[in-house]
Each structure stands twice: as C-alpha cells, then as structure tokens.
Ligand binder design. Structure first.
Ligand code: ZN
Length: 352
C-alpha cells in the first residue's frame, strides 16, 4: 500500500522548503486529504471553518491498529487525566493498554511559515516509513498534528509573498494583521478562546484528548541562535506540577541530541528569550493543565527568501545568553552563512 503513496515532492512539484516557494494552505489540505485516502496510518479531521472560511485540520497519525481503536485509546487517556474515582487496578489496566498522546501545532503566527511548510513532509515520513524507529513511534504514540493553526493568515502571507516575488519588496512583511480579529495575539487567546481557531485547539487539548505533551512550533529573529528548544528560561511560573518542568528538559535533551547527531549547529536550549513565566500562550497554559507544554523557535529568513548572515552579525540576548559564544546550553555555535527555509524545515522536523 505504501508503494502508492505520493511524496510531497511529487505532489507539490518541488521539495517543500525550497528557496522562494511557499505552498499555499489549500494545496496542503489537498495533500493531507490525498494521504488519508492512500494510507491506513492517517486520519484527517476537518474541525470546521476558520474565521474566514478555510479548512481547519486535525491530522491523526498512528499505527493502523491504534487508529482502529482510536476512541478506546482516547477514552482511556481521558480517564487517566482525571483519575477521580479510578482504582489503582483500573489505572494500571488503562496504562498497560494505553498509548501516549502527543499534540504539535504549526505556524500559529502566520509569518512564521516554516512549521506549516514542514508538516506534509513529517506526515509523509511517518505514514511511509518502514524503519524500526518509525514503526516504534507509530505503535507507541497517537500523534495529533494541527498542521496550520491560522489558515487565513497562511493564505494571506503566501499570496503576499507571491505578489512581490522578483521585485525589490520580495520577502517584505505583510503590512496588515494576519488574523482578522487577533493578529499576532492569537497566542494570547489561549486562556479566553475568543477565536474559532482557539476553540478548535482548546477542544483538542483540554476536552477531547488531554495529551501528555504539546509542542507549538514558531519562528524568532534572524540574528541569534538558529533554533530554540525546551526547556524555558527564568523566571518560572509556579503552580504547575514540578514534573512538567523536568519533562521539558527530558524532551529538550532528546531534541538537542538528535539535532547534533544530524549536524545542526546553533541550537540553544533555554537561555533564550522564552521564559516559563506567563499563563498566556498555548505552549505555557498547557503546563497548568498537566500537559508538558513546549515551544520551538526557528531563526527566520525573509519569508522564503534566503538571507546571508556574517558571523559578526550574530548576537546573544539579555536573558541568559549575553554573548554569541559557546555556553553549556549552546555548545555548538553556528558560524554564519546562508540561512534558508529548508534549514528551518529540517530542524523543526527533527525536533518534531
Ligand atoms: Zn510565533
């Protein structure tokens, strides 16, 4: 069956993340729908329309066996997430037959294009892979992917980029808000869920699934570290379970090891501009729901247009990364050069 799967490269006509190319959300939706017809490892759920009427997708990826008993896995996970009235024996039974649930969302901030451009390739790798690692992940995890948190903004940014490509304005930022009501503050809507997109994600995270871990993939500025991964930096916000903070280190340590193994330089864990303080933001509020809530932040280019960075342009920050030199949570500085969308896609995919 996997022989028939169409790769993203074949479907889109180029490798995603290529220079000066942004795949538009409607094409990405078409690709996910195609994959779901061809593979029994993926289910695509249309949560409903976005604010301006685009499809808002939840993509569920796991082994065919797990997907065939998805409702049972979901109910057992929910039962464990609120164990009031549950006996120890019942809990052990659910754990023995349970599957870890992990949610990851992409490009909440629509000018941060790389995570959504990465999403079809990650899905393809998971539904087509026959290697031991992929099979183990599929057997042990129900992966809930929100491939685009803000479809309206994705369409605005893709169209804006295409409109000015080849002119002196190529790669310039969108001059208006990329969400009709929330703009960039769609991430501060996590605690009040005024926008329909927030309601879809809140229903996935806090009502229907209660995953063990959640990662929100973003982008940051161009002239610091190449990639920020968990844990957060100081200050912390109290009242989440301490275990959640240790889990940040656990996931972050694994991401860092895999990134280094794959030759990625410039990775920083903590020590960046992302403190654990704050109840706003999906990646933080999840910690207070007993979900290990995390963030990644990739250095940006000019949308899909590569930029060249000299080593002396690279800077630390006023958190705990005062100078752009190696330190314990940044052991392998990137030394400058061309920075392009494909690099961002690859490091996000490794971390995911
Ligand atoms: Zn962001």
């Amino acid at each position: 069956m996997t022989d028939q799967l169409i790769s993203p490269e074949a479907f889109f006509g180029y490798r995603l993340g290529g220079d000066r190319k942004i795949a538009r959300w409607d094409r990405i939706v078409a690709y996910f729908n195609l994959l779901s017809k061809e593979s029994d490892r993926i289910k695509v759920i249309d949560m409903g329309p976005s604010t301006e009427g685009a499809s808002f997708l939840l993509v569920v990826i796991s082994s065919p066996e797990n997907l065939s008993r998805l409702e049972e896995i979901r109910e057992a996970n929910l039962r464990l997430s609120d164990p009031r009235g549950l006996s120890d024996e019942e809990a052990e039974e659910h754990i023995a037959h349970g599957v870890a649930v992990v949610c990851q969302s992409m490009s909440l901030h629509a000018s941060e294009i790389a995570p959504t451009q990465m999403a079809p390739e990650l899905a393809y790798d998971l539904v087509s892979g026959e290697d031991e690692d992929t099979c183990r992940i599929l057997d042990n995890v129900v992966f809930l992917m929100v491939p685009c948190f803000n479809p309206d903004g994705q369409i605005m940014v893709a169209d804006w980029y295409d409109r000015w490509i080849g002119t002196e304005y190529e790669g310039s930022p969108l001059p208006w808000l990329y969400h009709r009501y929330g703009g960039h503050d769609n991430n501060r809507d996590a605690f009040q869920t005024n926008m329909v997109e927030s309601r879809y994600v809140a229903s996935i995270l806090f009502r229907d699934w209660m995953p063990q871990a959640y990662v929100d993939h973003h982008q940051m500025g161009s002239f610091g570290a190449r990639f920020y991964i968990p844990p957060y930096t100081e200050p912390m916000r109290p009242h989440a379970d301490p275990l959640v903070y240790w889990e940040h280190m656990w996931y972050g340590g694994h991401m860092a090891t895999l990134l280094e193994q794959n030759g990625k330089a410039g990775v920083i864990a903590g020590g960046s501009t992302f403190p654990a303080w704050g109840h706003m933001g999906w990646h933080r509020i999840t910690n207070h729901h007993n979900i290990c809530g995390m963030l990644t932040e990739t250095a940006s280019a000019k949308l899909a247009t590569p930029i060249h960075i000299q080593v002396d342009q690279l800077k630390g920050n006023h958190f705990s990364f005062p100078e752009y030199v190696a330190q314990t949570n940044f052991p392998h500085p990137w030394e400058g050069g061309w920075w392009r969308l494909r690099e961002m896609v690859e490091q996000i995919k490794i971390s995911a």
